[in-house]
Structure formats: structure tokens, C-alpha cells
Write a protein that binds this ligand. Sequence first.
Ligand SMILES: NC(=O)c1ccc[n+]([C@@H]2O[C@H](COP(=O)([O-])OP(=O)(O)OC[C@H]3O[C@@H](n4cnc5c(N)ncnc54)[C@H](OP(=O)(O)O)[C@@H]3O)[C@@H](O)[C@H]2O)c1
Length: 167
Amino acid sequence: MDNVPVIHIVARSTNGVIGKEGQLPWHLPKDLKFFKEKTMGHSMVMGRKTFEAFPSPLKGRMHLVVSKKVSPESLPENVKYFNSIQEAIDWAKENDNLVYVIGGGEIFNQTIDIATDLLITEVETIADGDVFYPSINLDRWELMQSEPQSADEKHPFNFAFNHYKRK
Ligand SMILES: NC(=O)c1ccc[n+]([C@@H]2O[C@H](COP(=O)([O-])OP(=O)(O)OC[C@H]3O[C@@H](n4cnc5c(N)ncnc54)[C@H](OP(=O)(O)O)[C@@H]3O)[C@@H](O)[C@H]2O)c1
């Protein structure tokens, strides 16, 4: 169980912004596709606010929602509530071969020290927002892969899919 990777998957701007007024600060269809491909069939640990930003639970993935509040009484079969991040991660490790941590800011901040991999979509813009990804020390993370993507009519910014692994 201790060998199970804990993977942050996040899109952040050059100035570290990941959220604005409860939503993503941008619409990048290729990034949504990347997120879907990576997380499909897996468990996703998330904060209650990130969960509530989805119009409905995402198909084909288990939502492990962290909240100090009492869990709602009836939940879809692919949603579970946990009172602590550790309980959610432990459940995922017991039931999956990897754990995706999908945010938001509070959950990324509290799990950056236990993450083994970071899948960061680096969005080349200075964004206006109210939720930030923690700054990462590049002495501790090795960039394994970078796939640059050019802006086009559907994507207002250049961005890159970067995979960092803990050294
Ligand atoms: N760009 C991206 O890749 C990305 C990814 C995800 C989210 N986001 C954005 O990030 C924003 C949301 O982030 P956020 O930081 O405001 O909220 P969040 O991390 O999604 O959720 C915060 C909530 O999680 C629960 N929580 C946090 N720490 C906990 C702990 N140790 N134990 C138990 N429960 C805990 C609390 O829920 P209760 O209040 O219920 O106790 C807290 O209010 C949105 O704008 C969203 O769109 C961006």
C-alpha cells in the first residue's frame, strides 16, 4: 500500500492561480480531455468545495470528498465523504493502484508533502484568482516530461502538460 503513487493533477497559471470564485479561471478543452483520460477509472480525492463546483459527479470515477461537515444522507454510488484527507487517501490506496488528488487549494496545500507525482498543466498567463497552488521547490522535483501546447481558437493561452516526480 505504501508503494501506491499519490498524484496531484492541476492546472495553474504562471502566477500560481488555480481558481476564481469557486470555478476554474479558464476553459481549456484539451486540459479537460487530459484530466478525463488520466482520471478515468480511478479514485479522486478532493475538497468539498471542488466537489460542489461540479454540476454532477463525473462518470467512471470514484469521488472521495473531504469535509469536516456531516456527510449528506444519500449519495451517488461513486461518491464517498471522509472527515480527513488521510482517511480518503487510505481508502483510495486500498481500492486502487494509484490515487489522484484533484484539489482544490486547501487539499493541494495539505498533501504536497506526501505527493509522489505532480501532473501540472502550466498555463502561460498571469491570471486573476483567489485560490493558489503551493509553490514547489524544483530542487525536490524532477521534470520527467513536458508536452507544450500552442494557443489556438479554442485555447487562449499556450500551456504545457508537465509531469514532475519527487526526487
Ligand atoms: N485549476 C485546477 O486544476 C483546480 C483543481 C481543483 C479545484 N480548483 C479550484 O479551486 C477552488 C476550490 O479550492 P478551495 O481551496 O477553495 O477548496 P477545496 O480545497 O476544494 O475544499 C475545501 C474544503 O475541503 C474541506 N477540507 C479541507 N481540509 C480539510 C481537512 N484537513 N479535513 C477535512 N476537511 C477538509 C473543507 O470542507 P468543509 O467546509 O465541508 O468542512 C473545506 O472547506 C475552486 O475555484 C476550484 O475551481 C482548481
